[in-house]
Write a protein that binds this ligand. Structure first.
Ligand code: HEM
Length: 321
C-alpha cells in the first residue's frame, strides 16, 4: 500500500465539499466551475429518490471561501426559492488539516484529495497491513485520542419539520469521515467477473448494514455511491462515504464486524489468486474533523438526509459565512 506524503509543501489544509440534490437544475454543473472536481455521482440510499452528488476539493480555505461566497453555485444555493418544491439540496463542507488526514492507495494512481499535491506518492509504507494502521497514519493521533465527547450516536431527532427550511447543524468535535473507493475500470475477464461476483456484493451488504444500524455502529450516515462519467455513463467506480462519531467507531466496524471482514476476505482471496496481475484499484481517505471549519447545511431536505436526523441545529446563516 502506498500513501501520499503526510506533509506537502503546497498543502497544509485541504477543503472538501460534498453537495447533493435530488436534481441539480440544468446548467448547474459544479464540475465546470471548479478545477479538480470529482465526477458526477449518484447515491444509493435509503431515501427513495436517487440524488446527484458532487465531491470537490480545494487546495486551501481561501479558494473554497471564494467559491462558497461568489460562485454561481453559491448564488443558487442561497436563493430561498429552493425552499419550496420537491428538490432538497445540501452542502457538507470541511476544512481538513493535514495533521488530521490520511490517504492510502493500492496503486500509484492518485485520486481524491491526493490529486491536489504535486508531490509524488511515497511507499510502500510500514503503517499498513494491521488493524490500527489508519490511526498510525494520522499525525494528530500521536498526542490525542481524537475521541468524541458523545458515547453513542445521538438518538434520532424528533419530528422537527425539515422541508421548507434551511437548517445548519451543530458539528460535534472529532467526527470521522471516510471515503473508501473502488475502481474496476481496468479489470477484465476473470478478475472483473470475480470482483463483481464475490467482492462487490459483500461491499454492498456492508454499506447497507452501516446505513441501517447507526446506534450499533456509531456510523451516523453512510452513502454508497456509483461514480458516473461526464456523459452520465457508468465509470465502473464506486465509493462509500460515511461519517462515524469518531475514529474508534470506524476502527471497531472495520476490525470486528462480519460485514467488513467479509469484504476484506473476499478481496484477499482475489488478490492471492491474481498476485501482481491485479488491476483493481482501491483507495481511501480518512479525515478527523476539527471543531471549526465544518459546515453542514440542508435546504428543503427530507428529514432522513445525511446528518440531519442526528445532529442538533446551529444558528441559521448563509453558506460560506
Ligand atoms: C471492496 C471494498 C473494500 C476492500 C477490498 C477493503 C479491504 C481492506 C483492506 C485490505 C484493509 C487493510 C489495509 C491495510 O492497512 O493494509 C482495509 C482496511 C480498512 N478498511 Fe476496508 N475495504 C473495503 C471497503 C471499505 C469501506 C467501504 C470502508 C468504510 C466505509 C472500509 C474501512 C476500512 C478501514 C477504516 C480500514 C483501516 C483499519 C485500520 O487500519 O485500523 N473499507 N480494508
Amino acid at each position: 500500500m502506498r500513501r501520499t506524503k503526510r506533509r506537502s509543501r503546497l498543502c497544509r489544509d485541504v477543503t472538501c465539499q460534498t453537495s447533493g440534490s435530488r436534481q441539480f437544475p440544468p446548467g448547474q454543473r459544479i464540475s465546470a466551475t471548479v478545477r479538480r472536481s470529482q465526477l458526477l455521482t449518484t447515491e444509493c440510499s435509503t431515501i427513495p429518490a436517487i440524488p446527484e452528488i458532487f465531491v470537490c476539493y480545494w487546495r486551501n480555505t481561501d479558494g473554497h471561501a471564494r467559491f462558497a461566497n461568489q460562485s454561481a453555485f453559491a448564488r443558487w444555493f442561497a436563493d430561498d426559492a429552493l425552499l419550496s418544491g420537491d428538490v432538497g439540496v445540501w452542502v457538507e463542507a470541511f476544512r481538513i488539516p493535514m495533521t488530521r488526514f490520511e490517504t492510502l492507495f493500492s496503486t500509484q494512481c492518485p485520486a481524491g484529495a491526493a490529486r491536489l499535491t504535486d508531490n509524488p506518492m511515497t511507499g510502500p509504507i510500514d503503517e499498513h497491513g494491521y488493524w490500527g494502521g489508519m490511526r498510525d497514519r494520522i499525525p494528530a493521533s500521536d498526542r490525542d485520542e481524537l475521541s468524541s465527547a458523545l458515547d453513542s450516536a445521538p438518538s434520532i431527532a424528533d419530528q422537527t419539520e425539515t422541508r421548507g427550511r434551511r437548517l445548519v447543524l451543530a458539528v460535534p468535535e472529532n467526527l470521522c469521515l471516510i471515503r473508501s473507493a473502488q475502481d474496476w475500470s481496468a479489470c477484465q475477464g476473470d478478475e472483473r467477473d470475480s470482483y463483481l461476483r464475490d467482492v462487490h456484493p459483500m461491499l454492498r451488504k456492508g454499506m447497507t448494514f452501516l446505513m441501517e444500524n447507526p446506534a450499533e455502529t456509531g456510523c451516523l450516515t453512510c452513502r454508497f455511491i456509483e461514480q458516473l462519467t461526464d456523459d452520465g455513463g457508468t465509470a465502473d467506480k464506486t465509493f462509500g462515504m460515511a461519517y462515524f462519531l469518531d475514529m474508534s467507531k470506524l476502527e471497531a466496524w472495520s476490525k470486528n464486524h462480519p460485514t467488513h471482514l467479509a469484504i476484506f476476505d473476499s478481496f484477499l482471496s482475489l488478490a492471492q489468486r491474481l498476485g501482481n496481475e491485479i488491476t483493481l484499484r482501491l483507495w481511501h481517505e480518512v479525515a478527523v474533523l476539527p471543531p471549526d471549519g465544518t459546515r453542514l447545511e440542508y435546504v428543503n431536505c427530507d428529514r432522513r438526509t445525511g446528518l440531519l436526523p442526528f445532529l442538533g441545529l446551529n444558528r441559521r446563516s448563509g453558506y460560506g459565512a
